[in-house]
Write a new protein. Structure first.
Length: 479
């Protein structure tokens, strides 16, 4: 074949691909050819019959239920014998399987640690191909990014997912980190004045970001300016704080705080105002059920501050090695080599005791009426990946005393409430988007059944989870 023929054929294929994308209305044809191999169900009307249904509204698992979806929307639910299935619907027998709402996770970066020259100089690599696929394959249908190191990459990825050019969860994009003076990551911009904070918020809001994230070295005055600027635009701001305590941030009006209580500096003896002095175990000096802890929880609940639990990323630096072979296999060879040679050594017995207290405080926060959500945070020492880490974060919630269905609610409906999107996503109810996860087994019997994902429906399109995971084997770190 000569060069001219190749150009003509390439152009013809591109035009046909574009017309297929732009000119057809049904859900599957809107996805490019490269995604078709991952789609198991594309029909307009689908009935999932004889399933266990995770009812996160009433915190129970229902037996022998049927869910009917049409054109991407849930149109019927109920006992199988009572639900009339529309003529011509594709029927999927889900006997022995649980249908969950699509996961709504709120700390879902599209980057991963790429190198660490010293503990104080960390570089992150954007992974806009492998991470969205891993998230979706593991059941994450909606994700807030909670901080960006490549903002225009995140914006472009959101657009490509929204227009079905690529597969991945629906994204709520968070602007670049708002860091103060003395940050450890060169990809994070330092903001030192209130004027800079206001300009920063307005600039990135104009670019299309819908939330902001304050980082460790930001001081109180700059944080307050950022909060006010975000709220003026009708947007939300969260924080992974250090220089500012949780109590101070709540009183300043922050909307959300990341990492449960791990980032709280309220209990560190000798903590100076606007000074970041972090400890691996920030609760070592307190009783997690004592007065100090209760008083802080009361302040957060009073100010309606939402907490994002990110247990998996902290488990990664506990003394016991918890990485799975599945996660290692997902890594590209050089990424796996970097993890095994450097990051896997970052383990601490202090984190073991900190996890025990974190478990108590997160549960006490929820018991007090606080809104607890879940996130992955695929960073840390590198053993938490998109998707796989998301499922582990949910499993760990049961170690705090939550039942499996309560843990699922935290990672679905609570997340939807935090995003103010509970009218459309977060639970299996008539009129909501058909964002569903089909797993093998009964979730009420064992939370670890969430790892047995078979299909993930996003707006009614059913993706084959295992095919996606197989396709991403050995790819994390490449792109």
């Amino acid at each position: 074949m000569n060069k001219l023929s190749k150009i003509i054929i390439t152009g013809f294929v591109a035009v046909i691909g574009y017309l297929g994308f732009a000119g057809k209305a049904d859900a599957q044809s809107a996805y490019p050819y490269s995604a078709q191999a991952y789609i198991s169900y594309k029909q307009d009307t689908i009935a999932l019959t004889h399933c266990f249904l995770a009812d996160v509204i009433h915190k129970t698992v229902l037996n022998d239920e049927t869910i009917v979806i049409a054109k991407g929307i849930i149109i019927k639910t109920g006992k199988t014998k009572a639900v009339q299935i529309p003529h011509g619907a594709t029927i999927i027998d889900c006997t022995g399987k649980t249908v969950l709402p699509g996961l709504v996770m709120l700390h879902e970066h599209m980057f991963y640690p790429a190198a660490s020259i010293t503990p104080y100089y960390v570089h992150y690599k954007q992974l806009p191909v492998s991470f969205p696929r891993l998230y979706l394959a593991c059941g994450v249908t909606t994700a807030r990014t909670a901080g960006s190191v490549e903002p225009y990459s995140d914006l472009s990825l959101k657009k490509e997912i929204d227009t079905h050019q690529v597969i991945g969860p629906s994204l709520y994009v968070t602007a670049p980190y708002m860091e103060g003076e003395g940050g450890f990551a060169p990809q994070m911009h330092e903001i030192t004045t209130t004027d800079e904070a206001e300009r920063f918020v307005n600039f990135w809001a104009d670019e299309g970001f819908t939330s902001f994230k304050a980082y460790m070295n930001l001081n109180r005055s700059v944080l307050k300016a950022a909060i006010d600027a975000a709220h003026t635009r009708g947007l939300k701001i969260t924080g992974h704080l250090c220089a500012v305590t949780y109590r101070e941030a709540a009183e300043l009006g922050i909307d959300q705080l990341e990492h449960g209580f791990f980032a709280a500096t309220d209990f560190i003896p000798g903590k100076q105002e606007d000074a970041c002095v972090s400890e691996l175990n920030p609760f070592k000096h307190i009783d997690p059920r004592g007065k100090e802890a209760k008083d802080l929880i009361d302040v957060l609940v009073k100010h309606k501050v939402i907490l994002t639990s990110t247990l998996a990323v902290f488990e990664g630096i506990c003394k016991q090695d918890t990485i799975t072979q599945q996660v290692l296999d997902a890594m590209a060879p050089d990424t796996r080599d970097m993890y095994l040679k450097y990051y896997s050594r970052e383990r601490s017995a202090d984190m073991d005791s900190a996890m025990v207290k974190e478990f108590v405080m997160e549960k006490e926060f929820a018991n007090a009426g606080g809104l607890l959500t879940a996130g992955t945070d695929p960073t840390g020492n590198g053993d938490v990946l998109a998707g796989y880490g998301s499922l582990r974060a949910i499993e760990l919630l049961t170690k705090e005393g939550f039942t499996p269905i309560e843990a699922i609610r935290i990672a679905t409906y609570n997340g939807a409430i935090a995003l103010q999107a509970q009218q459309n996503i977060g639970s299996i109810e008539v009129g909501k988007h058909a964002d569903l996860v089909v797993i093998d087994g009964n979730i009420a019997d064992n939370i670890n059944n969430i790892e047995k994902t078979e299909w993930v429906f996003k707006d009614g399109v059913g993706f084959n989870s295992q095919k996606i995971l197989l396709g991403m084997k050995g790819q994390v770190g490449k792109y």
